[in-house]
Design a protein around this ligand. Sequence first.
Ligand code: CO
Length: 147
Amino acid sequence: MALRNLRYEGDEILRKKSREISVVDDKIRTLLNDLVETMYAYEGVGLAAPQVGILKRAVVIDVEDGNVYKMVNPKIIEKSGEQDGQEGCLSVKEKKGIVRRPMNVTVEYTDENGKQVTLKAQELLARAICHEIDHLDGILFVDRVKK
Ligand code: CO
């Protein structure tokens, strides 16, 4: 595994749309593991591939619920409720803001072994999933901060 260099707000790559991953191979597994290592090194709860300059639909999340989620091509298929909460981002230094997100989401993704997973998430995990998927579409949390 290796640490990857973070990209910061103002870098054009953070505003681009990431591409679907067609096959989960060793290269993608290495990317996922590097994302996890980089997330922990910077004490984040999630990290998306474009934040290390890779425009592929891969994200990792650890909100301390006992799991490290490695998601390829994650897609929210259901959402309900609302929550307002503070967010920050490793790519947006020294800024925090209140963002409204769904309280519950159901996400479909491919895991590191190429298996299809359907996950129901609430609260902080639901928020993290929404935040990381936004990165894959070139959206930063600051775009969604309530005025
Ligand atoms: Co972020």
